[in-house]
Structures are given as structure tokens and as C-alpha cells.
Design a protein around this ligand. Structure first.
Ligand code: S3P
Length: 444
């Protein structure tokens, strides 16, 4: 395995390996890290966070809340302390709030800011985030009485928010999005009456779990895919332990499955039922994954995953399970390229409005490596079993595309050059060092 990292640190050259062996401690869940920082800021009293993800995205969230007067200790994965200001008590920031690359920061924060009556906020982000649709949260927030302006009728950041008194609504979301649901639940904390959200398929439920743990009055009806929050509930600071991110574990699950001499133990993986679609699909494809040491921390199930190489076969991915593996589709597309037969992915048009257009990006880049990937408006068709060839590929400045392509490169023939590899730090700052550690022991 050879590495060429020019001074910019952005381009990596990767050589194939026959297997990965060892242990990987999976870093904190990104979704839960954002929510712990936000609820800790809004609660009364101290919140402690153990296992926080130190990726760029949660750092953006912490910086925004610090700018609104919240005391948050230095970020590290051991222990972070937050002195919460209490609901509705965020200060008007002296400058624009920068959500960086993070859709979760921007969308959830808009829900929080909208009800801060009398205060004015401007929220922006990087090139990618400023092109992502915000009307999905702005429209229902406006129905609650929020005053929000932005380009394209309030769809594109920078967005300006003039805080107002809000009223609870019953909202039926056209998209299964935890960001939309969570934004409205957070807005509902400061709204008069009850705020209820119904979604077309169940999205991740970390907000519901954590809001309840912080003392909010939350009603959940999973059969009706509906959740409600009662306005005016007070939040009390909590001790939060963040489980490892299954979306980060997914890269190792696929890498170990497709490389013939692999066995990895992935420690500390969150196994929330709304997030484990990737395990179910890989199992259906023939992967050899065992869950060990199952336990629960801070209201979230977790375990260690042992994964060994196994021949994979194609499968169909569609319908209600898409939200349970939405962020894993790029790396599942890599698994599909190494599987026997055809894999069909449908109902995944949401991938077009992530950090990049992930359907186009993965089809284009795997195509450069010789994979047969046909792009559909809402998915992909992948003819597996065609050996991939090393090539020059591009991350499209999207962390999950970058890591998926690194996994593909390990199983390709010949070396691959990945442009823009360092954006992996958005959700997994240790990914490249961990890959270096595992491949330095591997046989080429
Ligand atoms: C997230 C929800 C998902 C996911 C994103 C994180 C969250 O987005 O893709 O990476 O933390 O709520 P949507 O809910 O908008 O699909």
C-alpha cells in the first residue's frame, strides 16, 4: 500500500490490498453529536457529552451556539461540558452563523432560531450547503409564524431569521427527513400548543429519544409515523454518551466484506433500529456480520460488529427502508459493484440533494473505475462482478463519496488517485489514519 500525499493533503494514491484485519473503534454518531450539543445549549443546567464526534460538522454546531452565548468547553471525545442557557434564551449573535458543510446544523438550528422572538439571525454555509434546499423546513416554519428570508424565495442560504412567537401546527411532510422532523420538533418547544409531524416513512428518531431524555413532552405513534411535542416543556441538562456512528462503520463493513482476506472487529457501533438498514441489506447480499456485546447506553442500543469477507450478491433496495440507510447508499453501491448480479436502488432521489448529488457522483466515479452503473432519476442500477480498475477519481468534496471511493480503490486492480480525499474529516476525521494503519499491516 503506498501513499502519496502532496503538501495540500488533498490527493491520495491508494493501492489494492487483499484484506483488512484488526480492530476499529468507531467514532461518535454525527446525528447524535449535533443533537447533544443543541439540546445541551437549550437546557437548564449542565450537560456533559462523552464520545462526541470531533468531525467538522459538529464543530460547526458548537461554534454557532457559542456565538449565541452558550458556554461550551473545548471539544474532545472524552468529555465536553455545556452550560445550557434555557429555552428561548439564546443571544442575538454579533455576526453571521456559519453551518459549514452541515445540513443538520442549518436545518435544526433554523427551527430553534425561528421562535426566539425579537432576535435577528443570519445563517450561511459552504458552497455545497448554500445550494441545498431549505424550503422543506422554511415552508412549515412559516406556517408556524416564522419570518425567514433568503434567495430563491427562502430556499437557499444565506437565510435571515427574525425571531417571532410561533404556533404549533400539524405538518405532513412530503419527504422522510429526520432533519425536517427535528427542525419542527425543536421549533415546537418554543411554540404555543402542540406541534405534530407526520412523515411518509420513518426517519431516524434520535431527536425524539433525546428530547424525551431532556424532559420534553413527546408523543410518538410509530404506526402513524407521527410524532408530537408539547410547547413550553422545559429541558434539563443531561449526561449524554454518544454511540459510534453506524454510517462510519459502514465503510469498514463493505471493505472487509469485499476484500477476500479480511476480518475486522468494529467496536462501539450504534444500532438504533431506524439506522440499521445497512446491516439488513449487507446480510441480504450475503455478508458475514455478527453482532457481539449488545448493550444500551443513554437510551440508544449499541454493540460490536465482527465482519469477515464473504461473496456478495446483488439485491434490490427501495421503499420504506431507504431512510434507514440513506447515508450508506454510496458505499452500498461500491458493495454492489463487487457483488454477483444486478443491484437496483430506487426511491432514493433524496441523494441528489445531499452534500453532493450522490447518485450522479457515485455513478460517474465508479464508472471511471470500469463499473457498469446506470443512473436513474431516483436511483442506480449496478451490474456487479466486473473487476474495477484503478483510476483518477474525485470526491466531489463530499465526505461519504470520498470514503466510498477509498473502499472501492482497495478492491480495484492497480492504483487509484483520489482528488479531494481530505473532506472525509467532515464526519470521520480518523478515517485516513485508520486506513493507513490497517493497510500498512495488509498484504498487497
Ligand atoms: C440527518 C438526517 C439525514 C442524513 C443526514 C443526517 C440528521 O438527512 O442524511 O446525514 O442528523 O438528522 P435527512 O433527514 O434530511 O434525510
Amino acid at each position: 500500500m503506498s501513499w502519496q500525499t502532496p503538501p495540500s493533503g488533498t490527493t491520495l494514491t491508494l493501492s489494492p490490498v487483499s484484506g483488512l484485519r484488526g480492530q476499529v473503534r468507531i467514532p461518535g454518531d454525527k446525528s447524535i453529536s449535533h443533537r447533544a450539543l443543541m439540546l445541551g445549549s437549550l437546557a437548564e443546567g449542565e450537560t456533559t457529552i462523552r464520545g462526541l464526534l470531533l468531525g467538522e460538522d459538529p464543530c460547526s454546531t458548537a461554534a454557532c451556539f457559542r456565538a449565541m452565548g452558550v458556554e461550551i468547553s473545548e471539544l474532545n471525545s472524552e468529555l465536553v461540558r455545556i452550560q445550557g442557557v434555557g429555552l428561548g434564551q439564546l443571544q442575538e449573535p454579533a455576526n453571521v452563523l456559519d453551518a459549514g458543510n452541515s445540513g443538520t446544523t442549518m436545518r435544526l438550528m433554523l427551527g430553534i432560531l425561528a421562535g426566539h422572538a425579537g432576535r435577528f439571525f443570519v445563517v450561511t454555509g459552504d458552497n455545497s450547503l448554500r445550494s441545498r434546499p431549505m424550503r422543506r423546513v422554511v415552508d412549515p416554519l412559516r406556517q408556524m409564524g416564522a419570518e425567514i428570508w433568503g434567495r430563491d424565495g427562502g430556499n437557499l442560504a444565506p437565510l435571515a431569521v427574525q425571531g417571532r412567537s410561533l404556533k404549533g401546527i400539524h405538518y405532513s411532510s412530503p419527504v422522510a427527513s429526520a432533519q425536517v422532523k427535528s427542525c419542527l420538533l425543536l421549533a415546537g418547544l418554543l411554540a404555543e400548543g402542540t406541534t405534530q409531524v407526520t412523515e411518509p416513512a420513518l426517519s431516524r428518531d434520535h431527536s425524539e429519544r433525546m428530547l424525551r431524555a431532556f424532559g420534553a413532552e413527546i408523543q410518538v405513534d410509530p404506526d402513524k409515523k407521527t410524532v408530537a411535542v408539547v410547547g413550553g416543556s422545559r429541558l434539563r441538562g443531561q449526561a449524554v454518551t454518544v454511540p459510534g456512528d453506524i454510517s462510519s462503520a459502514a465503510f469498514w463493513l463493505v471493505a472487509a466484506s469485499i476484500l477476500p482476506e479480511s476480518e475486522l472487529l468494529l467496536e462501539n457501533v450504534g444500532l438504533n433500529p431506524t439506522r440499521i438498514g445497512v446491516l439488513q441489506v449487507l446480510e441480504e447480499m450475503g455478508a458475514d456480520i455478527q453482532i457481539e456485546n449488545q448493550r444500551e447506553i443513554a437510551g440508544e442500543p449499541l454493540g460490536d460488529l465482527r465482519v469477515r469477507s464473504a461473496p456478495l450478491r446483488g439485491c434490490t433496495l427501495a421503499g420504506e427502508r431507504i431512510p434507514t440507510l440513506i447515508d450508506e447508499i454510496p458505499v452500498l453501491a461500491v458493495a454492489a459493484a463487487f457483488a454477483d448480479g444486478v443491484t437496483v436502488i430506487r426511491d432514493a432521489a433524496e441523494l441528489r440533494v445531499k452534500e453532493s448529488d450522490r447518485l450522479a457522483a457515485i455513478a460517474q466515479e465508479l464508472g471511471r473505475m470500469g463499473a457498469q452503473v446506470r443512473e436513474q432519476p431516483d436511483g442506480l442500477e449496478i451490474q456487479g462482478g466486473i473487476p474495477l480498475q484503478g483510476a483518477e477519481v474525485d470526491s466531489h468534496q463530499d465526505h461519504r463519496i470520498a470514503m466510498s471511493l477509498m473502499v472501492a480503490a482497495l478492491g480495484a486492480q492497480g492504483s487509484t488517485t483520489l482528488i479531494g480525499a481530505d473532506c472525509a474529516r467532515v464526519s470521520y476525521p480518523d478515517f485516513i489514519p485508520t486506513l493507513q494503519r490497517l493497510t500498512s499491516k495488509a498484504v498487497g
